[in-house]
Write a protein of this length. Structure first.
Length: 365
């Protein structure tokens, strides 16, 4: 991963932060908001800005569920709003603007359809996979096929699940990095489990980073002192704006301070010890192993995915990748989990399967 060879790769996670009001706006307004955030991230010294890309038709089924971390809209309505807010030209214009400013643009695809849009119609140089999609092997298989680097977050996951995805990617000779992450919004400093960074480094022998949902800079700086190669922090104009992630975001002033401290630390070993010795950091070291915390587990039924048919599949068909999708929420979709993708490729159906119908073992031979 050439972009992390010489220094810590600092990612300003704008995500959906261009949506700032409960009232819907036009894509043009959202683009102007996004550009302002890109400009401020560049001025603060970030290496990259990252967004989130949705295509509701292959991501979220139309059931009324509300995520524990954001009650401003049910999940289907929220994903649909994000899909409509960002037509292809939105991403093309945003990528062009980032290139003009000299900052890396990329986005987290929330489904294989979103990944195809970004790869084939926008053009991205690397991928980010969020914690909710770590087991979406339908999408991961496509990402690997593009031969581009992948950054993957390990929040709301067990150690066995992280092992599973690491082995999936290594088996395919993918170039990838893993971010330690605790899926709490915000995450109290004492629950950050920072020692997981060293655990991952030793266990997997790949670049390790930190996706930080805590407020402030101390934990991210401690992660750099521990050898994190990538730091990802949510970024917004204000933590008081309406939306799903503003409340855990850094402001422009905070991001600028954090980047400055990271660059100082890279050339000053004493700075590393200074942050590692802070009481707030020591409290957040946690166990020397990856653990799924109770506060993260509640998100899993809403964000994990089930294998579904993306088209009508006649009885007697041999299942191929294009027939399959992985959709949320697993809570309401009684079928095979998305990590069972490889288990049904090449199998034949013993009955007709309708579009968007969850796939179960009794449907295949």
């Amino acid at each position: 991963m050439n972009f992390i060879k010489d220094k810590t790769f600092v990612v300003a996670e704008i995500g959906k932060g261009f949506i700032q009001t409960e009232e819907d706006q036009t894509p043009e307004v959202y683009l102007a908001n996004a550009k302002e955030l890109v400009r401020l991230a560049k001025e603060a010294g970030a290496d990259a800005v990252k967004f989130q890309t949705h295509t509701v038709e292959d991501e979220q089924t139309n059931v009324n569920v509300v995520s524990p971390h954001f009650n401003g809209a049910d999940r289907y309505s929220w994903v649909k709003r994000n899909t409509n807010a960002t037509p292809v030209w939105f991403w093309q214009e945003l990528k062009k603007y980032c290139a003009e400013l000299g900052i890396v643009f990329f986005s987290t695809p929330m489904s294989r359809g979103a990944a195809k849009l970004l790869n084939e119609e926008v053009g991205v140089d690397l991928w980010k996979v969020g914690s909710g999609d770590i087991l979406d092997f339908v999408m991961l298989d496509y990402l690997v096929s593009t031969k581009k680097p992948i950054i993957i977050s390990g929040g709301m996951s067990t150690l066995e699940e992280v092992d599973l995805v690491v082995n999936f990617l290594k088996k395919r000779n993918a170039e990838f990095a893993l971010l330690h992450c605790v899926s709490k919004y915000p995450c109290p400093p004492e629950e950050l489990q920072l020692q997981t960074i060293n655990f991952f480094k030793e266990r997997y022998n790949i670049p390790i980073g930190f996706s930080d949902h805590s407020i402030g800079t101390d934990s991210a700086l401690a992660a750099v002192a521990m050898g994190a190669k990538i730091i990802e922090k949510h970024f917004s104009l204000s933590r008081d704006l309406w939306g799903s992630d503003h409340k855990v975001a850094m402001t422009p002033e905070e991001l600028k301070l954090m980047v400055s401290e990271i660059r100082n630390m890279e050339s000053n070993e004493n700075k590393k010890e200074e942050y590692l010795n802070k009481d707030i950091v020591k409290e957040g070291m946690g166990k020397t192993i990856k653990v799924l915390q109770e506060g993260e587990a509640k998100f899993r039924p809403f964000f994990r995915k089930t294998l579904v048919a993306l088209t009508d599949i006649p009885a007697g068909s041999e299942i191929n990748a294009e027939m399959l999708g992985a959709m949320r929420p697993q809570l309401h979709l009684a079928g095979l989990p998305s990590e069972k993708y490889e288990n049904i490729l090449g199998k034949k159906t013993n009955q007709a399967i309708a579009k968007h119908q969850p796939i179960s073992l009794d449907m295949i031979v």
